[in-house]
Design a protein around this ligand. Structure first.
Ligand SMILES: [Fe+2]
Ligand SMILES: [Fe+2]
Length: 390
C-alpha cells in the first residue's frame, strides 16, 4: 500500500469514526424525548475505541498532562453525580415526569419548571458523556461510578426503582448563595452570608404516595396538608437546583485556572458557562417560593417555613427576590473596583475538595459507602493539586 492509499484509508477511517461519534452524540443529546425510560448507565456508554485507534494511527492524539487528566476526571465524576441527581428530579418532575402533583407544585414556581428540569438533566448527561469520551480520545481513563449506584430512590409514583448515587430525601440545603450573590462582599475575602431559608433534613423529591398522594390538587398557594407538604418539597427542590448549579459555576472557574492545554481550558470555560446559565435560571425560580402569592408555605410534617422575603424583617438588598443578577463584589484585590463575577473562585472555597465537602454537608451522599468517599475524594485531591504548565 503506498502513502497515498494509507492516507486515504486513514481519512476514510476517520470519517467513519467521526460518523460514529456524531451518531452517538445525536443519540445522547439530540432528541428531547431521549431521557424518558433511558437509564444513566446506558447514556454513558463510550464507543471511543475506534476513535482512539485512528487518532493514534494518524499521529493526531496529543497527550494531556497529568494535571489536565486529574481536572477532567474529577469534572467527569461531578457530572456523573449531577446527572444522577437531575435524573431523579426529571423522572418525577420533568416534562415527561411521572408524578403529576410534584409537577404541579414545581409549576407553582414557574409554569416552565418541568421543561427546565428536563433540559438541565440533558445538559448534565451531555457533560458527563463528553468528558469521559474526551478523556478516552486522549488515551486517559474515563470515570465510572456505576458500582456506587446503590442508594434507594423515591418510592413515589413516577420514580424508577433503581439504585442511585445520590440521596435527595433528607437534604440540608445551603441557601447562602442567595444572599452571597446579592452582596458586595466576597467569600474569597472572608465574608460569610446568611441563609435565605433554613432547610435542614428535608426531602426535595416526594418520598412515597402515602406522604404525598400523586394526584393531589396543588393550588397556589396550597390549602390542604398534603398540598402544603408537596409544595414544601418542591420549594426545597427549587432552592437545591440553585445550590447545585452555583457550585458548578465556581468549580469550573477554579479548574480553568489549573488547565495546561488550551482544550482543557476551553472545556472548563465552556461547560462552566452553562453551569452559570443554569444557576441564574434557578436563582430566579427559587425566589418565587418566597414571594407572593406562594410565600408562607409551612411543611406540616417538618415545620419548614418559606417566608415572604420581600416583606419585613428581611432587608431588601440581601433578600429582594428579583435581585437575581450578581451584585458587583470584591475581586482579586480590595483596592480594585467591585466587579460582577462568579464567586467564590479560591480553591479552598470552590475547588474540588471544597465541592465534595459541600455535597457531604448537603447530605447528598447520605448512605454512601466509605469506598465511594475515598474514590471521589481521591479524584478531588488530584484535581486540586493540578498546576498550570505552559
Ligand atoms: Fe454539568
Ligand atoms: Fe450543573
Amino acid at each position: 500500500m503506498n502513502t497515498r492509499d494509507i492516507a486515504s484509508r486513514l481519512s476514510a477511517e476517520q470519517e467513519h469514526n467521526d460518523g460514529n461519534v456524531q451518531s452517538h452524540w445525536n443519540r445522547v443529546v439530540g432528541r428531547r424525548s431521549f431521557l424518558k425510560g433511558v437509564g444513566l448507565a446506558g447514556a454513558a456508554v463510550l464507543p471511543g475505541g475506534g476513535l482512539l485507534a485512528s487518532q493514534a494511527a494518524a499521529g493526531t492524539a496529543s497527550k494531556l498532562t497529568e494535571g489536565d487528566v486529574a481536572i477532567l476526571r474529577f469534572l467527569a465524576a461531578v457530572e456523573l453525580i449531577e446527572s444522577d441527581l437531575w435524573q431523579q428530579y426529571n423522572e418525577l418532575g420533568g416534562v415527561n415526569g411521572g408524578n403529576s402533583s410534584y409537577m404541579a407544585a414545581l409549576s407553582n414556581l414557574d409554569g416552565d419548571m418541568p421543561q427546565y428540569i428536563t433540559d438541565n438533566t440533558e445538559d448534565e448527561i451531555s457533560h458527563a458523556a463528553f468528558l469521559n469520551e474526551y478523556l478516552q480520545s486522549k488515551g486517559a481513563q474515563p470515570v465510572d461510578l456505576d458500582v456506587f449506584r446503590t442508594l434507594p430512590g423515591s418510592k413515589a409514583t413516577g420514580a424508577q426503582q433503581i439504585g442511585r448515587l445520590t440521596n435527595l430525601q433528607a437534604l440540608d440545603v445551603d441557601t447562602s448563595y442567595y444572599t452571597r450573590y446579592r452582596s458586595s462582599q466576597s467569600p474569597d475575602f472572608g465574608a460569610t452570608f446568611p441563609q435565605a431559608v433554613t432547610i435542614n433534613n428535608q426531602p426535595a423529591i416526594p418520598l412515597n404516595d402515602k406522604d404525598t398522594p400523586p394526584n393531589t390538587e396543588q393550588p397556589n398557594p396550597p390549602t390542604t396538608a398534603h398540598a402544603k407538604r408537596m409544595q414544601a418539597i418542591a420549594n426545597t427542590a427549587g432552592f437545591h437546583f440553585g445550590y447545585i448549579e452555583q457550585g458548578g459555576s465556581s468549580l469550573y472557574s477554579v479548574m480553568a485556572l489549573k488547565a495546561s492545554s488550551l482544550e482543557t481550558l476551553l472545556i472548563a470555560v465552556s461547560i462552566g458557562g452553562v453551569e452559570t446559565n443554569h444557576f441564574s435560571l434557578w436563582h430566579d425560580k427559587a425566589g418565587n417560593a418566597v414571594a407572593q402569592p406562594l410565600a408562607g408555605v409551612v411543611d406540616p410534617v417538618t415545620k419548614l417555613k418559606f417566608p415572604d422575603l420581600n416583606a419585613k424583617p428581611f432587608p431588601a438588598e440581601e433578600f429582594q427576590t428579583n435581585l437575581i443578577l450578581p451584585e458587583p463584589t470584591q475581586f482579586i484585590s480590595k483596592n480594585l473596583p467591585a466587579c460582577s463575577v462568579v464567586r467564590p473562585t479560591l480553591d479552598e472555597n470552590g475547588g474540588a475538595v471544597a465541592t465534595i465537602n459541600s455535597f457531604v454537608a448537603d447530605q447528598l451522599f447520605k448512605g454512601q459507602s466509605e469506598q465511594f468517599f475515598s474514590k471521589v475524594m481521591g479524584l478531588a485531591r488530584a484535581a486540586d493539586a493540578a498546576k498550570r504548565q505552559v
